[in-house]
Design a binder for this molecule. Sequence first.
Ligand code: SF4
Ligand code: SF4
Length: 138
Amino acid sequence: MPSIPGKACGSCSFCCKVLEIAELAKSAGARCVHCASAGGCAIYPTRPEICRVYECLWKRDRGMSARLRPDRVGTLLMEDPETHRYQAVSDPARPLAWRHPLVFTHLVAMARAGRTVVAKAGLRCWRIHATGEWGPSI
Ligand code: SF4
Ligand code: SF4
């Protein structure tokens, strides 16, 4: 997929920390052992296929504000590939980062648009409703 102007990962490596990556035996919230101290990926030329193809929704969505870059709000947005739910993923070390006003407003708007919206942080999960109410989910 061609990159979108202004939508480079830059200094963000949020997905390399918060996502579970089976190919790397990496759990959610554990920084990948291949994250370079200066930023970026230390095994970039040989990184797994999942790392080559993954893009969070912020990077793919031309209309999403630069202020929503995942490392700036402590939350990344993605489609759950199994359940097709609209998902906010926060660092287990800051599990309620998805309550950031910019993120939360966006999540409620997605719920109002008819999507099933959840927020996750490690094993914890919450449902966000179109009314702006939210609570634990299973
Ligand atoms: S979370 Fe998004 S912007 Fe950040 S490194 Fe991953 S793909 Fe790039
Ligand atoms: S292998 Fe590289 S791109 Fe993949 S999670 Fe680790 S640091 Fe990120």
